[in-house]
Design a protein around this ligand. Sequence first.
Ligand SMILES: NC(=O)c1ccc[n+]([C@@H]2O[C@H](COP(=O)([O-])OP(=O)(O)OC[C@H]3O[C@@H](n4cnc5c(N)ncnc54)[C@H](OP(=O)(O)O)[C@@H]3O)[C@@H](O)[C@H]2O)c1
Length: 251
Amino acid sequence: MDTSGNTVLITGGSSGIGYAMAEAFLAAGSEVIICARREDRLLEARKQQPGVHTRRCDLANEQDRSALVQWALASFGKLNVLVNNAGVQRDIDFSQGIGEFLAGENEIRINLEAPIILTGLLIPHLRAQKNAVIVNVSSGLGFVPAAKMPVYSASKAGMHAFSMAIRRQLSPLGIKVFEVVPPAVDTALNSQGRAQRGGFRANLGPAEFVAAVMKGLANDVFEIGYGMTTDLLEASRAELDESFERMNSGW
Ligand SMILES: NC(=O)c1ccc[n+]([C@@H]2O[C@H](COP(=O)([O-])OP(=O)(O)OC[C@H]3O[C@@H](n4cnc5c(N)ncnc54)[C@H](OP(=O)(O)O)[C@@H]3O)[C@@H](O)[C@H]2O)c1
């Protein structure tokens, strides 16, 4: 894809990978709209990048989602790129049953259902655009699940399957579908879980990761990995099983 001259909606663009993508698309000469739940973070993003347009939206809320789509299409008729990036991650222990899952944010609703519905809502508009693109952010954990994060891993495996399937469906319409598969990146994601793991650091910042993502997008690499996730994208079932054992050996 051409990363310049687009009108790009980035969900979860107020922080981490989404914010770095907002900066990168702005630098490439695209118009950028970001949305997230916390207004203060959106305002902070706009302070850093005055060119960015912001909208408060909880993507798990149906009314918020519809209002976002209506507003975006009314205000930005040339919208041609959707980046489904917003996500949350939780450690959830199922050994005692359903309690922990029900006590916190619903990763299926936020990480999987919301991008699926947002995509569906925007397709009638995107199919009328010249260079329409959908970018879905999944995770290495969608390929090798983390025992500590069963629902998150399942939501990201779902994002991978959805991306493959709609890439095939939408290709005759000229809509390109990319999947970005991040490895661990130092962001605010699951800060509680990371703190419990002794302040886990990946030593990979969002800007460095996104620089590689932008190259992948520009070169029409439809599944974009980085470091270990590049290997996962090429791995055999036996190699995936080995990674699973290595990653979850302490469980
Ligand atoms: N960091 C990693 O190691 C890593 C690895 C693999 C994949 N990923 C994926 O990368 C994506 C970006 O994550 P990140 O690491 O950049 O995390 P982050 O810094 O926590 O950013 C997440 C963004 O999503 C927004 N968001 C969360 N829930 C939302 C909701 N219901 N409605 C609207 N916005 C919502 C957040 O803003 P509000 O909280 O204000 O809504 C924030 O802007 C996620 O899909 C994540 O799963 C990250």
